[in-house]
Design a protein around this ligand. Structure first.
Ligand code: ADP
Ligand code: GLC
Length: 481
């Protein structure tokens, strides 16, 4: 009898709290939104389950209802199916949980006090859809992202998986989904799960830990971060849990959407002809910000937080400016850091400019027109802006952590001799090392041939999704084999 060859591919339910183009606070959204398209061609059909936040409900009002539950923590929940800009979506419409003013996690009065329940509900519905399937679509794999989806693998593990395999991807270990112990029952978790070997975490419950102990596989968004996570300096309390599961932990680097981040293409938002037109784009940018910078023009496009090392800028930028450099910062976050950035701009008019806020169009103009992008992160699971920098020939200056170390080849005698360098790297993450990297940037900028070589190397460095999509596909294959 002839055995039928196994058909490669299958179905994946991706569960997440953010997804481009609908809702984004950080790189998580970019990755969740890009994966279904990146997997097309591998045979893996991915759909994204996402809460129907207020702004999303209107878009989905005519979408068919494909799933319902009468009591989802105090109100009905229904799942609407549709597509936005090619991304196949399942929107969880539960107005009592998600139809609120503000962003995905907070409103005008700050963080929502019921976030544990709001995202437990998302995870619950993800687990049920995975186990029972929709009428026309039954997943083979549930792929959860970060703490918001952390209970999904746990619900499958504790309430029956129906044969579905689970993956948790850690985008950032700093957010762990903590809830007090007395919520165990409310969160529909069994008593025996409240155990140090299960989801008990420092006397409470962590949805991320729940996923780390129950998922069939754990990935994070770069190979270096996968190793770092097992060490106390980076594991943020969960290093032991992750190390114990070492054999099922792997790092798969994020890609960037090379259609959206494409310096050679026109775009309604801006002329992105950065490669041929770097000088033109830089001149326009300088005019827009009223800058006159004789040396390299650097940018920062980032959340302004401790993670991102933004507090190091006031210590290093004065010398960089004295050396001829300039800086534009686009970002928002910590009020103290926002103030410090404004002070820098006030201190160096014509050389440093700051835009507090979130502006996608401007971020494109910045990468197109600048010479370098600074990413001095204390930890960086992957990081996307250094990859935009590579793609646009906007040389990345990065600390040697996580995904930054995996994507940028720092200039030094060996990498310069080999013609491999794509940017500047430094460690440890302090002002001294960062300042040296900026001095190196100034030095190389004034050697036009070398500068051109580095830019060419950077732009030739692959940053698309191809390799990583294949890595996810082969992980899914392995799990379902
Ligand atoms: P993280 O997710 O930790 O914030 P990433 O580098 O993975 O870091 O992703 C950040 C994403 O958000 C990138 O796409 C970056 O361009 C974008 N971004 C961050 N801050 C801003 C801003 N102020 N305006 C526009 N885009 C921003
Ligand atoms: C997180 C990390 C960032 C990563 C992004 C997408 O927000 O901080 O490094 O690129 O997730 O995976």
């Amino acid at each position: 009898m002839q055995r039928k060859a196994r058909v490669m591919g299958g179905r994946v339910l991706s569960v997440a709290s953010e997804c481009v183009p609908l809702v984004k606070t950080g790189g998580l959204a970019d990755v969740v939104g890009a994966l279904p398209g990146a997997l097309a061609g591998t045979g893996w059909d991915m759909r994204v389950l996402l809460p129907a936040y207020r702004a999303l409900r209107a878009q989905a009002k005519d979408w068919p209802v494909v799933w319902e539950e009468a009591d989802l923590w105090g109100g009905p929940g229904r799942v609407l199916e549709g597509r936005v800009e090619g991304v196949p979506l399942l929107l969880l419409d539960a107005p009592h949980l998600y139809d609120r003013e503000g962003g995905p996690y907070s409103g005008p009065a700050g963080e929502h006090p019921d976030n544990a329940i709001r995202f437990a509900a998302l995870s619950w519905v993800g687990a049920r859809i995975a186990r029972e399937g929709l009428t026309e679509w039954k997943p083979d794999i549930l792929h959860a992202h970060d703490w918001q989806a952390g209970f999904a693998p746990a619900y499958l593990a504790y309430h029956g998986s129906g044969g579905v395999k689970t993956v948790i991807t850690i985008h950032n270990i700093a957010f762990q989904g903590w809830a007090p112990a007395h919520m165990l029952g409310v969160l529909r978790l069994p008593g025996h799960a409240f155990h140090p070997d299960a989801l008990e975490y420092y006397g409470g419950i962590s949805s991320l830990k729940a996923a780390l102990v129950t998922a069939d596989w754990i990935t994070t968004v770069s190979p270096s971060y996968a190793e770092e996570l097992m060490r106390p300096e980076f594991g943020m309390g969960l290093q032991g849990v992750i190390a114990a599961r070492g054999p099922v932990v792997s790092g798969i680097l994020n890609g960037v959407d090379t259609g959206v981040w494409d310096p050679s293409q026109e775009d309604p938002a801006y002329d992105r002809k950065a490669v041929a037109g770097k000088a033109v784009a830089r001149a326009r940018l300088s005019e827009e910000f009223g800058l006159e910078v004789p040396g390299p023009l650097a940018i920062v496009v980032s959340r302004l937080t401790d993670q991102k090392g933004i507090d190091l800028l006031p210590a290093v930028i004065p010398e960089f400016v004295l050396g001829g450099g300039g800086l534009i910062v686009l970002g928002s976050g910590d009020p103290g850091m926002e103030g410090a950035m404004r002070n820098l701009a006030a201190r160096f008019p014509g050389r440093v400019a700051v835009r507090i806020g979130y502006d996608e169009g401007l971020s494109h103009r910045l990468f197109a027109g600048a010479d370098a992008v600074l990413v001095p992160s204390r930890f960086e699971p992957c990081g996307l802006t250094q990859m935009y920098g590579l793609r646009y020939g906007t040389l990345p200056v990065v600390s040697l952590v996580g995904g930054l170390a995996d994507t940028v080849i720092g200039a030094n005698p060996a990498t310069l001799a080999a013609g491999a360098a794509t940017g500047m790297t430094f460690h440890p993450v302090d002002a001294l090392a960062f300042g040296k990297a900026l001095a190196q940037l100034l030095e190389i900028y004034h050697q036009p041939k070398l500068w051109a070589k580095l830019r060419a190397n950077a732009m030739a460095h692959p940053v698309g999704w191809e390799t990583s999509a294949r890595a996810y596909a082969s992980l899914y294959e392995r799990l379902t084999a």
